[in-house]
Design a protein around this ligand. Structure first.
Ligand code: HEM
Length: 438
């Protein structure tokens, strides 16, 4: 423990390091390249020199552990004037302290319980079929869009217990708008932008959610889905809407990115795709996929885990210190913004052999990260980790297994780079053609 007075301020990059960051960004065609360069040059703690924002970036297992556990009660998740708070209002993702726990606890059952997850498998298969049955062999599809459709159908047919097919076209623009609205953009530099852009399309999504709640209230038996469970809690429409919009956005955009990155790697490495397909075939034979098969697909799981390692959809966590904190020899002052980088931790050579290489087998052998380690955390860690962790685990396996059973995927153009939107997306597209298996 250093003497309080000897603690230093988090270091700022020098001009020379700034130039390296710029070069990294140009080389990677992504802001993520600048973060990589800054981490290489400056280590586990540095300040991002962004006017009006100036967050302290923390990287590595120890930083992740402190944020997820020890510092938990000294951190605030979101500030009131950020777009994500304006959109989600009192959603579980943006509330703090006891209020957060009161909101999160009733959602455990419909989102996390094994029996519920088991009951969702048919809806997940059906959602996948709805989209993949429209594909034609000669056409190249942007799998980011296709996976978004599947993820939206999955989420609405399970947690909302509703058929989204009549509404998807009408609400597509609003959903994309919501995703763009909460992405890091000009509001980071000037908070005035936060209130701009909450437009007509977003209000259509709100109207849809309020309508779903009203319909559900009219039914005498409300059911075990998320909406029914929250009505049973006696919550008002606004508080329920806040949770539904949270799940709709947080619960589909992340799975979309995870599925699209996994497909990208399956297309880029045909031998990996073949191995995953062979595993699925050997487990299923001619039987339809069921919940009990999922634990028998370790290679497919490893492919998903490795894609999540290289491109974690939530690549940054954001917090604000509510008291002074000490990290090594540095002091982070009360009120400062802290970002923790899941992406950089997942590529840290201190924990990973050949960190930039796509190598699913690392999740099968003894190098597999232990569940109590803090260098692999695609779903966050601690009591505020992802509430949809188990849901997403079932969803991504079911969807990919169903897709691979029916089609071989060919990557048409490998010009993909990571784009920092609301999630870390493959951009400008994951262009693929599909070839029927039988
Ligand atoms: C592959 C898919 C997913 C990934 C990679 C992912 C990742 C994450 C991460 C890293 C966090 C913590 C963020 C932080 O520390 O600031 C988080 C939180 C959260 N996720 Fe997910 N997520 C996924 C799927 C889902 C799904 C399917 C749902 C809903 C069904 C969901 C709902 C949430 C919510 C509500 C929170 C906030 C929890 C809280 O603050 O108590 N996520 N997610």
């Amino acid at each position: 423990m250093s003497d309080e007075k000897s603690l230093k301020k988090p270091p700022r990059p020098s001009g020379q390091v700034g130039i390296k960051a710029l070069q990294g960004m140009i080389r990677r065609k992504s802001v993520i390249g600048a973060l990589e360069a800054l981490h290489t040059e400056m280590g586990a703690i540095f300040r991002l020199p962004m006017p009006g924002f100036n967050p302290v970036m923390l990287v590595g297992a120890e930083a992740n552990r402190l944020i997820a556990t020890e510092w938990k009660d000294h951190l605030q998740w979101r500030m009131p004037n950020e777009p994500i708070t304006i959109l989600l209002h009192e959603g579980v993702l943006v509330t703090d302290g006891e209020r957060h726990d009161t909101i999160r606890n009733p959602m455990h059952k419909p989102i996390m319980h094994r029996a519920m997850l088991q009951s969702y498998v048919d809806a997940m298969l059906h959602s996948t079929d709805l989209v993949m049955n429209t594909w034609q062999p000669a056409t190249a599809y942007n799998m980011l869009d296709e996976m978004r459709k599947i993820a939206l159908y999955v989420l609405t047919s399970t947690l909302f217990d509703t058929d989204f097919t009549p509404d998807i076209e009408r609400l597509w623009a609003g959903i994309i708008r919501a995703v763009r609205y909460i992405s890091p953009n000009l509001w980071v530099l000037w908070r005035g932008f936060s209130h701009m852009g909450y437009n007509r399309e977003l209000k259509k999504v709100d109207a849809y959610l309020y309508d779903l709640i009203a319909q559900k209230r009219q039914k005498s038996a409300q059911g075990t889905d998320l909406i029914g469970s929250l009505i049973d809690m006696g919550w008002d429409d606004r508080l329920i809407r806040d949770q539904l919009v949270t799940m709709l956005i947080a619960g589909h955009d992340t799975s979309t990115a995870s599925l699209a990155w996994s497909l990208y790697f399956l297309g880029k490495y045909p031998q990996v795709q073949q191995k995953a397909y062979d595993e699925i075939q050997s487990v299923l034979g001619d039987n339809p996929l069921g919940f009990d098969h999922l634990s028998q697909l370790p290679y497919l799981s490893a492919v998903i885990d490795e894609a999540l390692r290289l491109y974690p959809p939530i690549h940054l966590g954001s917090r604000v210190a509510t008291q002074d904190l000490q990290f090594g020899h540095y002091r982070i002052k009360k009120g400062e913004r802290i970002l923790y980088s899941i992406y950089l931790s997942h590529r840290d050579p201190a924990y990973w052999k050949n960190p930039t290489e796509f190598y699913p087998d690392r999740f099968l052998g003894e190098d597999k990260p232990a569940s109590n380690s803090y260098h692999y955390l695609p779903f966050g860690k601690g009591s505020r980790n992802c509430i949809g962790l188990a849901f997403a685990g079932v969803e991504t396996k079911v969807v990919l297994a169903q897709l691979l059973c029916k089609y071989r995927f060919e990557l048409v153009r490998d010009d993909v780079r990571p784009y920092m939107g609301a999630t870390l997306e493959p951009a400008p597209h994951v262009l693929m053609r599909v070839h029927g298996r039988k």
